[in-house]
Design a protein around this ligand. Structure first.
Ligand code: SF4
Ligand code: SF4
Length: 365
């Protein structure tokens, strides 16, 4: 259901025809993080990494200038809960934009803070849907070792349980990123999470080269196999209703589920031999805001800066309509730009007519 502020026809017209306003943005609210994962794209050695975060009053202005089609914001980082103002930031998005959902990516090292956030936000707006992507990549000891935080695995499970108890509007999902670190142990990790920890909400993504992280070439085949195994397993368990990432009785849940399946198949086709499958709508339906207010079409094209919010009076739409963005959108389409970035794939599937029959057929499954 759309919030009262987003007009259905306006949003559909934007998604299928005009493609001039973002439907979802990823906002890196901080680069700070208490973990130090080996595959992290953040350069923690650079002292400038943590400087000049957008202030609350700047975010207030930004959120008043995000168009009338925004349905979702992904608050991420760094570790987004390292920024204590995360509740205020989420409230500004709710107050000033047309969002109906907030997606938060967290390492779940701070269960109390995450729970307080969830309760505070659903009390603030009864229509908002909250999804928490809790990252777990390995068995307990190894997970804590790779992320370099003591008791992190246990805190992840505790965060998951606390969120599960709150309300049906709060949806915690354990997310496994398949990487060179865990690809040889993925079956054990899956068993441990689903059998020992009784996790019944589980997703997976594949590690990608970004920032300072580069996948070791010799590991790619193994990463691909592990990702294929895990996505097939999640699909199988979802059919048996042992994994419930979405409410499959609702149309929205069925569409999300089908979208994930399409996205997994696209990733499998592109990972080992990168190739173009369908147009990417980054820079149109989807965009990135860095902690310092820099706007990009996606996380991968780091050399395609669209504009600096601080140089544009915090007016996101001014940047979204400027010549640089227009040229970048042409570049993305004309170069058949392709990658396995799941966030962008979601909106590419949504905004592409060829996937609509698949999505619609899922409603009648
Ligand atoms: S938890 Fe996330 S942001 Fe923090 S070091 Fe790990 S990958 Fe990077
Ligand atoms: S295909 Fe990937 S790299 Fe290219 S614009 Fe889309 S998200 Fe960015």
């Amino acid at each position: 259901m759309l919030t009262k502020k987003a007009k259905l026809l306006h949003v559909l017209n934007n998604i299928y025809f005009k493609k001039i306003e973002p439907v979802s943005v990823v906002h890196f609210i901080t680069n700070r993080c208490n973990a130090r994962c080996s595959f992290c794209f953040i350069d923690f050695e650079d002292p400038n990494t943590f400087k000049s975060e957008l202030t609350l009053s700047e975010i207030d202005k930004l959120t008043k200038n995000l168009g009338k089609s925004l349905l979702n914001v992904n608050l991420t980082g760094g570790e987004p809960f390292a920024r204590k103002e995360i509740i205020d930031i989420a409230k500004l998005y709710i107050k000033n934009t047309t969002i109906q959902s907030i997606y938060v990516t967290t390492n779940a090292s701070l269960p109390e803070r995450v729970e307080e956030f969830a309760k505070s936000i659903i009390n603030f707006d009864k229509n908002i849907q909250l999804t928490f992507q809790i990252s777990i990549d390995d068995l307990p000891e190894r997970h804590d070792e790779v992320r370099k935080i003591q008791n992190l695995f246990d805190n992840c499970i505790e965060t998951y349980r606390r969120l599960q108890k709150i309300d049906e509007r709060v949806n915690p999902i354990i997310s496994v990123t398949v990487s060179h670190e865990n690809c040889e142990n993925i079956e054990n990790i899956f068993q441990y999470l689903t059998v020992k920890c009784k996790i019944n909400s589980l997703k997976c993504t594949i590690v990608r080269d970004e920032g300072v992280y580069k996948t070791p070439n010799e590991k790619k085949e193994k990463i691909f196999k592990a990702y294929s195994w895990l996505t097939n397993k999640i699909k199988e368990m979802s059919k048996k209703k042992k994994i419930n990432n979405y409410n499959l009785k609702s149309i929205q849940g069925k569409l999300h589920n089908k979208k994930d399946e399409i996205s997994w198949e696209m990733v499998k086709k592109m990972y080992l031999n990168p190739k173009y499958i369908s147009p990417c709508h980054a820079g149109s339906l989807f965009g990135i805001i860095s902690s310092k207010g820099l706007v990009y079409p996606c996380e991968i094209l780091e050399d395609k800066l669209l504009g600096d919010l601080r140089d544009n009076d915090m007016d996101f739409m001014k940047i979204w309509k400027n010549q640089t963005t227009s040229n970048t959108k042409k570049f993305i389409l004309n170069s058949n730009c392709n990658c396995t970035y799941e966030c962008a794939l979601t909106y590419n599937i949504l905004g592409n007519w060829r996937y609509q029959p698949h999505l619609m057929s899922s409603v009648f499954d």
